[in-house]
Design a protein around this ligand. Structure first.
Ligand SMILES: Nc1ncnc2c1ncn2[C@@H]1O[C@H](COP(=O)(O)OP(=O)(O)O)[C@@H](O)[C@H]1O
Ligand SMILES: [Mg+2]
Length: 276
């Protein structure tokens, strides 16, 4: 499936093949001691492309993102960002964490400024950019608030502003909306899509939500197996810009069902194995 009989003229394809990949992972594998988490993962992400990664809990999604971020080293294969081998954190690569990852002792302003400071921004740059990104994510007025004073959704807006403020060439998202309530999650999804349209970049969006993967991704990479591998890459041929109306597109339902059945086969098999 889904090579799709849809009308291609109205679609914006992922540009990994058009403009060359910004992120190129080849044959990537990772062991933790005796545990082989995944093996032989190939993944290209274009400079203006969102690749969503779905897979069961524990299949190594976070581990893969950390490898791309240069925080941990893969045990096999290579990851290259714009021609540069990743063997430690590279400039212009930002991560948004599931549990927000904010410093509790820093204000919203200082949390957003943090990544910029690390990147060597001047005070003038910080004073210009931080309020701009705080505004972009809808947190104006909360510059001097501390994380404990914010709702989960607002904390994640802050995490998003921190990542966006460095104007990253690569944006890595690790289940960024998993810890907020369903309604806030929808709002943040649409806001992220809107922000991405304003300044498209190379994004890897990890989620365990199939709906979210199909909504956000230009392609959806399905990881499964033990050790995990790329089971399928689904081209999401839904029109852009995406938004609320995407959810009621007939093609959205088809793609969601397709990814769902792919993952459920595995979940069922795992359950049967447990019962034995
Ligand atoms: N630092 C670590 N040391 C040992 N095992 C780890 C470590 N981090 C993750 N794992 C294991 O690797 C597997 C994949 O973890 P993770 O990448 O967090 O999966 P996911 O994000 O898909 O849920 C899990 O079995 C997890 O227990
Ligand atoms: Mg994870």
């Amino acid at each position: 499936m889904p090579s799709a009989a849809a009308d291609k003229s109205s679609l914006t394809p992922g540009d990994a093949t058009l403009a060359g990949a910004r992120i190129r992972a080849q044959g990537v594998g990772k062991h933790y001691g005796a545990l082989e988490v995944f093996r032989n993962i190939d993944l290209d992400v274009g400079s203006r492309e969102i690749v969503a990664i779905v897979g069961p809990s524990g299949c190594g999604k976070t581990t893969l993102l950390r490898c791309i971020d240069g925080l941990i080293a893969p045990t096999g294969g290579s990851i290259v960002i714009e021609g540069e081998q990743v063997d430690g954190p590279l400039p212009g690569v930002a991560m948004v964490f599931q549990h927000f990852g904010l410093f509790p002792w820093k204000t919203v302003f200082a949390n957003v400024a943090y990544g910029l400071k690390l990147a060597g921004a001047t005070k003038a740059e910080i004073d210009e950019r931080v309020p701009r990104y705080i505004k972009l994510v809808g947190l104006s007025g909360f510059e001097s608030a501390y994380p404990y004073q914010l709702s989960g959704g607002m904390q994640q807006r802050c995490g998003l502003a921190r990542a966006l403020a460095i104007e990253p060439r690569v944006l890595l998202m690790d289940e960024p909306f998993a810890a907020v309530d369903a309604q806030t999650r929808e709002i943040l999804q649409f806001e992220l899509l809107r922000i991405w349209e304003m300044r498209p970049t190379s994004m890897v969006f990890v989620t365990h939500s199939i709906e979210e993967a199909v909504l956000m991704g230009h392609r959806v990479v399905v990881l499964k197996g033990r050790p995990a591998g790329v089971f399928e890459v689904v081209d999401v041929d839904l029109p852009h810009p995406r938004g609320r109306s995407t959810l009621s597109h007939p093609r959205f339902a088809q793609l969601r069902e397709h990814v769902w059945s792919t993952l459920m086969d595995e979940a069922r098999a795992a359950e049967l194995q447990l019962q034995r």
